[in-house]
Write a protein that binds this ligand. Structure first.
Ligand code: ADP
Length: 452
C-alpha cells in the first residue's frame, strides 16, 4: 500500500467505499421491495377470492357463476370446491395438486417440484346450497421476477457505474495532482542543476495546488534575487578591495626592491596608509550593513538634539564644499529633539551632505533643511548638481550602485554604500526616505521621522 501513488490510493479508497455503499443500498432496496411485492401479491390474492364470492348464486338446484367470475384474474387462479374437496368450477395451475387440504383464511406457501405458490382458501356459505370452498392460487414467481429483473439490472449497471466512478475519479485526481509531479520535477531540476531560474509556472488558478505552485515560484523569485545580490555583492566587495590591496602590494614591492630615499619611503608609506584606511573604512561599512541584514546592528537610542547635530555637520562639511566653491546653506529649526542613535544620525547627515557636494555643481549651492511639522520631523538636502536620470532613481538605494564611478572617485571612500546606509538608518528609526531629481538640474534627498 505504501508503494502506491496517492492518486491510486484515493481512487481505490472511494471506489471501494462507493461499491460497498451501493451494495448495501441495493440489498436494502431489494429486501424492502421484496417484502412489499410479496405483501401486494398476498393482498391481491385475498381480494380476488373475496370478490369472487359475490359472483356465485344457487338457483334451481344449480350453482351459477356469473359472467364476471374470472377464474384467471390478474395472475390469480380461482377455483371452487365442495366440502368434500371436489372441484366444482374454476381453474388451477397445470402442475397443481388438487389434494392439498383446505385451511381457512390463511395465505400460505405451497411448493411443487417446479414452482412455488401462494394459497388462500375461503369457506363461504351460498344461500340454498350450503358451504363451499373458494381457493385462490397465485404464483410466487411474480414477485421474484421483479426482484430478479432488479438484480440483473444492478449486476449489469453496478460494474459499469463503479468503472465510471473509478475512471472519472482517477482522471480528476491525476489532473489535480499533476502539478505536484511538475513541482517535484522542477525542484529536482533546481537542486540537481543549481538552476534558480526554473519555475513551475502553472498559470492562473485558485485551487490549493495552484496557490502552492504560485508561492513556490514567488519563493524562487526571492531566492534567485537574494543569490544574485549575494553574487553581485561578493563580486563588488572583491573588486573594491582588490584596488587598494594591489596598490599596497605594488608600493611594498617598490619600496623593498630599490634603495629608496627616506622621502620616497615616506611617500610610499603614506600611500599604503591611505589605502589601508580606505580598506578599513570599507570593511567597517560592510560590517555595519551585514549586521543590519541580520538585525544585529543595535541602535543606541537617546534623546538627540538633531538641530545641533545637523548644524555641527554642516559646519564641518563646509570645508569640503568650499573646495568645490559650493555655498552650503542651512535652514534649521532649533532644538528639534528625537529619540535616536546619535552616531547613525551623524552618518545620515554626512552621507547626504557629502553626496550633495560630490555630485553638486562646481560653484553651485546646497541647502540643508530641518523642520518640525506636527509630529513629523522633516529633513532635506537639495543641490543644483548633476541630478539622476529617472530610470536610475530606484537603483541608487542598492548596495554598490554608482551611476558614474569615475565621479565618485572625487569622494573619499565612495563605493556606493552611502545611500543604502542612509535608507537603513532612516527606516530603522521608523522613518521614510525620498529622492526627487531632475537630470542635469539637481536633486533633493529628504527624510521624515515621526515623533510621539
Ligand atoms: P557613492 O559612494 O557612489 O556616492 P552612494 O550610495 O552615496 O554611493 O550613492 C550612490 C549613487 O547615487 C552615486 O554613485 C551617485 O551616482 C548617485 N547620487 C547620490 N547622491 C547624489 C546627488 N546628490 N546627486 C546626484 N547623484 C547622486
Amino acid at each position: 500500500m505504501k508503494n502506491l501513488s496517492i492518486k491510486l490510493k484515493i481512487t481505490l479508497w472511494y471506489t471501494l467505499f462507493m461499491t460497498m455503499l451501493i451494495i448495501i443500498i441495493l440489498s436494502l432496496l431489494i429486501s424492502i421491495s421484496n417484502s412489499r411485492i410479496i405483501s401486494n401479491a398476498k393482498d391481491q390474492l385475498i381480494k380476488a377470492v373475496t370478490q369472487s364470492i359475490t359472483e356465485i348464486d344457487y338457483e334451481d338446484g344449480y350453482l351459477e357463476f356469473e359472467e364476471d367470475f374470472n377464474f384467471l384474474a390478474k395472475g390469480v387462479y380461482l377455483s371452487v370446491y365442495d366440502l368434500e374437496g371436489t372441484l366444482l368450477y374454476g381453474r388451477t395451475p397445470p402442475d397443481f395438486d388438487h389434494t392439498v387440504s383446505f385451511q381457512r383464511e390463511h395465505v400460505r406457501k405451497y411448493s411443487t417440484n417446479q414452482s412455488t405458490w401462494y394459497l388462500y382458501d375461503h369457506l363461504d356459505s351460498i344461500e340454498g346450497y350450503g358451504d363451499l370452498w373458494i381457493r385462490g392460487i397465485s404464483s410466487q414467481t411474480q414477485g421474484d421476477t421483479a426482484i430478479s429483473v432488479l438484480l440483473k439490472l444492478s449486476l449489469i449497471l453496478l460494474p459499469i457505474f463503479v468503472l465510471c466512478v473509478a475512471l472519472g475519479g482517477y482522471s480528476i485526481t491525476r489532473k489535480t495532482l499533476l502539478p505536484l509531479s511538475k513541482m517535484t520535477e522542477t525542484t529536482k531540476r533546481i537542486s540537481s542543476g543549481n538552476d534558480l531560474k526554473t519555475r513551475i509556472g502553472l498559470g492562473k488558478g485558485k485551487d490549493e495546488v495552484h496557490q502552492l505552485a504560485d508561492t513556490f515560484d514567488h519563493m524562487m523569485d526571492r531566492l534567485e534575487n537574494a543569490f544574485e545580490n549575494e553574487k553581485r555583492f561578493t563580486a563588488d566587495v572583491s573588486h573594491e578591495l582588490r584596488t587598494p590591496v594591489s596598490v599596497i602590494i605594488t608600493q611594498c614591492e617598490y619600496s623593498l626592491k630599490k634603495n629608496q630615499s627616506k622621502e620616497e619611503m615616506n611617500e610610499s608609506l603614506t600611500i599604503i596608509l591611505d589605502q589601508s584606511k580606505n580598506m578599513s573604512n570599507l570593511i567597517s561599512q560592510l560590517l555595519t550593513l551585514a549586521r543590519t541584514d541580520h538585525n544585529q546592528q543595535q541602535l543606541h537610542l537617546e534623546t538627540v538634539n538633531l538641530s545641533e547635530l545637523c548644524e555641527v555637520i554642516v559646519e564641518e562639511q563646509s570645508y569640503h564644499a568650499s573646495e568645490r566653491k559650493i555655498t552650503l546653506k542651512a535652514d534649521i529649526t532649533p532644538n528639534i529633539l528625537m529619540q535616536a542613535d546619535e552616531t547613525m544620525m551623524m552618518r545620515l547627515f554626512i552621507n547626504l551632505i557629502s553626496n550633495s557636494i560630490t555630485y553638486g555643481k562646481y560653484g553651485g549651492e546646497t541647502l540643508v533643511s530641518l523642520k518640525i511639522n506636527g509630529n513629523r520631523i522633516i529633513g532635506s538636502v537639495t543641490d543644483n548638481g548633476i541630478g539622476i536620470k529617472a530610470n536610475q532613481l530606484d537603483k541608487i538605494w542598492e548596495r554598490f550602485y554608482q551611476v558614474d564611478p569615475s565621479r565618485t572617485s572625487l569622494k573619499e571612500n565612495g563605493v556606493g554604500l552611502g545611500l543604502p546606509m542612509v535608507k537603513w538608518i532612516v527606516e530603522s528609526h521608523g522613518g521614510k526616505v525620498f529622492v526627487e531629481s531632475v537630470f542635469g538640474e539637481g536633486s533633493t534627498f529628504s527624510f521624515e521621522f515621526y515623533v510621539n
